[in-house]
Design a protein around this ligand. Structure first.
Ligand code: FE2
Ligand code: FE2
Length: 217
């Protein structure tokens, strides 16, 4: 028994079929699959990719962090100056407040040079350091002990800044950002000088604190 076979399409029907195929929307163009770095799933969303990929990216992120740190200090230093009893310490905090405002301006300059917005990130480390400093201010201690505690808090802050600016100056140097490197260097020198001044003031305040001498006596 022979199976019935369908007759070949007429030339007219073949043309109609060809036109129908030509009118169908073409499938989406094939794109090369993106491979997610961590799990290597083709087509993983691009927002899962780490946003810090280069030393330049890292420099920008860390500059934003320092910008937040400095702006927090602009608010904290007047409170520290007010809480200090020793006149040299009070003046030291006030002087460093003016320097810190200038340091924020330098970071603004750097942001213009490197074309990024410095705001929008919170430096959690500085938030913690400032919170610690505030605790010292409210401590029920004698003037000289409170001053010694304020110096302790301030030097922790300065060392944090020195570490940040020192690292970023090296990044800028490696990346060939000469103007940025010079601006970071200027701030780094101020932070180091502030730290040394605090050490100098502490040399007498610590003794007063140990002996229970009030600074206004
Ligand atoms: Fe600073
Ligand atoms: Fe500082």
């Amino acid at each position: 028994m022979r199976l019935a076979t369908s007759a070949p399409p007429s030339p007219r029907a073949a043309l109609a079929a060809r036109d129908f195929i030509a009118l169908r929307p073409s499938p989406l163009p094939l794109r090369p699959a993106r491979w997610h770095r961590d799990c290597e799933i083709p087509g993983a969303p691009t927002h899962a990719m780490p946003k810090i990929e280069t030393l330049h990216d890292l420099l920008i992120e860390e500059l934003k962090d320092l910008y937040s740190a400095e702006t927090q200090l602009v608010k904290a230093l007047p409170k520290m100056a007010k809480a200090a009893s020793d006149e040299r310490l009070k003046e030291g905090f006030q002087k460093h407040l003016a320097q810190t405002q200038e340091q924020v301006s330098r970071l603004d300059q750097i942001a213009k040079i490197l074309e990024f917005t410095p705001k929008g990130k919170k430096c959690l480390a500085m938030e913690g350091l400032v919170a610690e400093g505030s605790e010292k201010i409210s401590d029920d201690a004698s003037d000289s002990v409170r001053d010694a505690a304020l110096i302790c808090a301030a030097q922790k802050i300065e060392h944090y800044e020195i570490a940040g600016y020192g690292t970023l100056r090296e990044f800028a140097e490696l990346l060939g950002y000469d103007e940025v490197r010079a601006l970071l260097e200027a701030t780094l020198e101020e932070e180091s000088a502030a730290d040394e001044e605090l050490t100098e003031i502490a040399s007498s305040i610590n003794i007063e604190a140990e002996q229970g001498i009030e600074s206004d006596e």
